[in-house]
Design a protein around this ligand. Structure first.
Ligand SMILES: [Zn+2]
Length: 369
């Protein structure tokens, strides 16, 4: 009896895949069900297609799970994919913040799915491979295993609706870190909690131009969110309008702090439960740029289908692969960047079919950006 029950355990996930893959003609599944089951990138040249909240990613590249100055977290989500512009940005930011600013290293959360697009859980944006979440928690000195990457969480710099950062958790090093993140030419915006913006405004000193790109937003009290501009000359990649002029530390910040105070007040008022939650209209494939159909329909370079196989997620390795270990599991190798020199001649020779990942789980404190 027990055996039978456990053998059925993965069925809801498998069923979802089957629904998405074998939907009858005329069925119109939500785009997140189509993109959310893709576990490998489309073998097309790299292209961010559409806008941050309505688009997809061709030729996605994976961020190595470990590198000089960074570790990728929550690998079970399979969201460590991005446009090469984003991967190169993260590599450079991680190295320079460590070597120049003395930051212990980055813990990097969600980038995008292998083919971008809407996700089954969390995030309205992160669809075109130009967004990345970076934890406020610095990289620990010890080696991080796969399980620890999956189980650990970041630190909170401000209460959900807080007016100020939590003083015990705030360090002056955050000013240098966020300043560096914002100062690269390709940085479009960085989303932080309003209390974090306030602390940055107070700690910035005379050089304040970078603060223009630091934008307050809801729920960014555990991580900050880097958004890059579209690479030059990429047709169909839609930039967001530039932020308003100025450092954003005056009326714009005050406005956000008022919003926080109102939201906190509202959260404390006991309300009657709503009669019927209004269902959110999910994006359909037809809502995305036309090119996203080709992104869905193109196989990976190895010829493997990008669709997640039904059921039976692969076991997640329990132990951390060392940074340059030749004994990495095939699953771990598959999520790594094949262009890294230490992988050449092993996993690098041909794109591998990445591991089947269990369904993504919602991260506590995750924002909707
Ligand atoms: Zn984000």
């Amino acid at each position: 009896m027990h055996r039978r029950t456990s053998s059925l355990a993965p069925w809801p996930w498998a069923a979802l895949v089957l629904i998405a893959a074998a939907a009858p003609a005329g069925a119109d599944p939500a785009a997140k069900q189509l993109f959310g089951v893709m576990k490998t990138p489309a073998a097309l040249s790299a292209r961010a297609i559409g806008s941050y909240t309505r688009g997809c990613l061709a030729g996605g590249r994976s961020l190595a799970i470990s590198g000089p100055g960074w570790e990728a977290m929550k690998l079970q989500r399979n969201r460590n994919w991005g446009h090469p512009r984003l991967i190169e940005y993260l590599q450079r930011f991680a190295t320079e913040s460590r070597d120049i600013d003395g930051w212990p290293g980055l813990l990097i959360g969600d980038l995008a799915q292998p083919r971008g697009g809407p996700m089954l859980t969390g995030h309205k944006s992160h669809q075109i491979g130009l967004d990345a979440d970076i934890w406020y928690k610095p990289k620990p000195a010890h080696s991080i295993g796969i399980k620890e990457r999956a189980d650990s969480s970041s630190i909170m710099l401000a209460e959900k609706f807080g007016q100020k950062v939590i003083s015990e958790n705030w360090k002056p090093g955050y000013v240098k870190l966020l300043k560096r993140a914002a100062s690269y030419r390709e940085t479009a915006r960085i989303f932080v909690h309003p209390a974090v913006k306030r602390a940055l405004c107070e700690g910035a000193g005379k050089d304040r131009a970078w603060l223009r790109r630091i934008r307050p937003w809801w729920l960014h009290n555990y991580h900050f969110h880097v958004r890059l501009t579209c690479p030059a000359g990429v047709a169909g990649c839609v930039n967001q309008n530039p932020p308003p002029a100025g450092d954003g530390c005056g009326a714009q910040l005050s406005h956000w702090l008022k919003l926080m105070a109102s939201a906190e007040k509202a959260s404390k008022i006991k309300r009657k439960p709503p009669k019927k939650p209004r269902p959110r209209r999910e994006l359909r494939l037809a809502d995305l740029p036309q090119s996203c159909r080709a992104v869905l329909n193109t196989d990976t370079a190895s010829g493997a289908s990008g669709a997640r196989a039904a059921g039976q997620p692969a076991p997640v390795p329990e132990r951390r692969p060392p940074d340059a270990s030749p004994a990495l599991s095939a699953d771990a190798k598959a999520t790594m960047d094949p262009n890294l020199p230490w992988l050449r001649g092993s996993a690098a020779s041909a794109p591998k079919r990445p591991a089947q990942m269990p369904p993504p789980a919602r991260k506590p404190g995750a924002g909707t950006q």
